[in-house]
Ligand binder design. Structure first.
Ligand code: NDP
Length: 479
């Protein structure tokens, strides 16, 4: 029996994707570096569909119908190169190598170019949804040649999550590293989304004294409205949970140092390269960094003065926080999507933001009711320069602004850090502001480095002779 797809790397993600493929009627050839994982999978789930057991990559390749489709689900980084290097000599022109791990998009671009020279397709696929999603329907972001998508797309669309209109949460994203890039930005938005929820929790607890169990009810309520999302839903569950050992709220017994595996950091690094102002995403990565600086935090608690003000918490503060959370969340999405636009220009990807919003609607960690409106905002010819400029969002974020300002002001007065709430508001205000202090910076740059400037009242580039009589010359004269 020849298999339609092979999977190598059968840890949790690979095993669950293989099972998902088999449950959807595909014959799946299985391979893992250590055969024990293959056998464990077959022993436990071998009856879920048609599997072909293989022990070597040669056997895996021989088990596949042509063009061969080999899905690599090994640890990101050097292991992917190691597996690709072993696979390539075994494959034939037109075969498709798929990397479904969390690879860096630049690695994917490099691998795609190298395999294209050998007549092979390399497809970098972003997969979101964790183990559960991999098994029951993840959100899938494939990048690579369009031709390879024709052969691979139907399988991926079949195993992907489906939105409520039945659309698969999978679509061809663009060439080479586009899929992994979009997955990376998805994770960046996820970081910001998690942080704003954390900030809302902290405000409700520290400013309003609302205990976690009661907050769980508030989050459940919020989950019925415009904030409805997977992350709000699971936050209610986390806040409700009581530690069996101590009887305390679970969140009070967990060390408050947030871990990270790197995709948030990659998003910020790439954003810096692209000049994309993803301030909320960056603040969320930095917030995890500060949380992990246990030694410095201990010293600061003993030494640094707070001078918190005695301010009354505004009436209807819970609703204010909800609105601030909505507005900050929207800014995070706007920044992430803006970054996708910049990357599209830089790397020649024709990224369709409506399709990307569409395939984030289900299966992935940032799935949210909001994505339906984001999808609508980019549909057809209506392509706002920034998500916030779409008429529906001009209106909804505008409505939230008074509450957003009250919340940030209250947090600042009480000494409660809200880095993403406040930086998102600063982003919103910076976009709106008629004149920014960038003019002063241009003056400083021209003074110390003759970096030149442009004038508001005409064309041209100028330099002021700061060390002489402060007269202005056309910049061409400075060189
Ligand atoms: P791991 O990242 O833990 O990787 C373990 C697998 O990699 C094992 O099958 C292991 O084989 C194999 N492996 C490691 N090094 C090599 C090598 N040099 N040569 C061959 N095989 C090797 O597995 P996960 O299932 O957690 O993740 C797979 C990918 O999916 C990763 O890129 C991850 O970032 C990504 N991902 C994970 C998610 C999650 O929730 N876990 C969510 C979304 C994406 P062996 O058994 O022989 O050691």
């Amino acid at each position: 029996m020849s298999a339609q797809i092979g999977v190598t790397g059968l840890a949790v993600m690979g095993a669950n994707l293989a099972r998902n493929l088999a449950r959807n009627g595909y014959t799946v050839a299985l391979h893992n570096r250590s055969v024990a994982k293959t056998d464990a999978l077959l022993a436990k789930h071998g009856d879920e569909g048609d599997f072909v057991r293989t022990e070597t990559l040669r056997e895996l390749v021989d088990a596949l119908e042509k063009p061969r489709r080999v899905l690599i689900m090994v640890k990101a980084g050097a292991p992917v190169d190691a597996v690709v290097d072993q696979l390539v000599p075994l494959l034939e022109e037109g075969d498709i190598v798929i990397d479904g791990g969390n690879s860096h998009y630049q690695d994917t671009r490099r691998r795609e170019a190298a395999l294209a020279e050998k007549g092979l397709h390399f497809v970098g696929v972003g997969v979101s949804g964790g183990e559960e999603g991999a098994l029951n329907g993840p959100s899938i972001m494939p990048g690579g040649s369009k031709e390879s998508y024709d052969a691979l797309g139907p399988l991926l669309e079949k195993i992907s999550a489906k939105a409520d209109d039945g659309a698969p949460c999978c679509a061809w994203i663009g060439t080479d590293g586009a899929g992994h890039f979009v997955k990376m930005v998805h994770n960046g938005i996820e970081y910001a989304d998690m942080q704003v929820i954390g900030e809302a929790y902290d405000l409700l607890r520290s400013a309003s004294g609302i205990e976690p169990a009661e907050q769980a009810g508030i989050f459940e309520e919020w989950n019925k409205g415009e904030l409805s999302s997977f992350l709000i839903e699971i936050t209610a569950e986390v806040l409700k949970h009581v530690d069996a050992k101590t009887g305390k709220p679970f969140v009070d017994v967990v060390v408050d140092a947030a871990g990270q595996k790197g995709t948030g950091r990659w998003t910020v690094q790439s954003a810096l390269d692209l000049g994309s102002p993803v301030s909320g995403i960056a603040e969320s990565v930095f917030a995890r960094g500060i949380s992990s600086q246990a030694a410095q935090r201990a010293i600061a608690q003993e030494t640094l003065a707070g001078h918190e003000a005695e301010v009354a918490v505004p009436e209807n503060f819970v609703e204010d926080v909800r609105q601030a959370l909505y507005a900050s969340k929207l800014v995070s999405y706007a920044q992430g999507l803006d970054m996708l636009g910049a990357a599209g220009k830089e790397y020649g990807w024709d990224l369709k933001l409506d399709e990307i919003a569409s395939l984030w609607r289900e299966g992935c960690i940032i799935r949210a009711a909001l994505l339906k409106d984001i999808m609508a905002a980019y549909k057809g010819d209506s392509r706002p320069a920034n998500l916030l400029f779409a008429p529906a969002f001009v209106e909804s974020i505008g409505r939230a602004v008074p509450a957003w300002r009250r919340v940030v002001a209250t947090a600042v007065q009480l000494g409660i850090p809200v880095p993403v709430f406040s930086s998102s508001l600063a982003y919103y205000d910076a976009l709106r502001r008629k004149r920014l202090p960038a003019a002063v910076i241009q003056g400083q740059r021209d003074l110390f480095g003759a970096h030149t400037y442009q004038r508001v009242d005409g064309e041209g580039t100028f330099h002021t002779l700061w060390g002489e009589d402060h007269s202005e010359i056309s910049a061409v004269d400075t060189h």
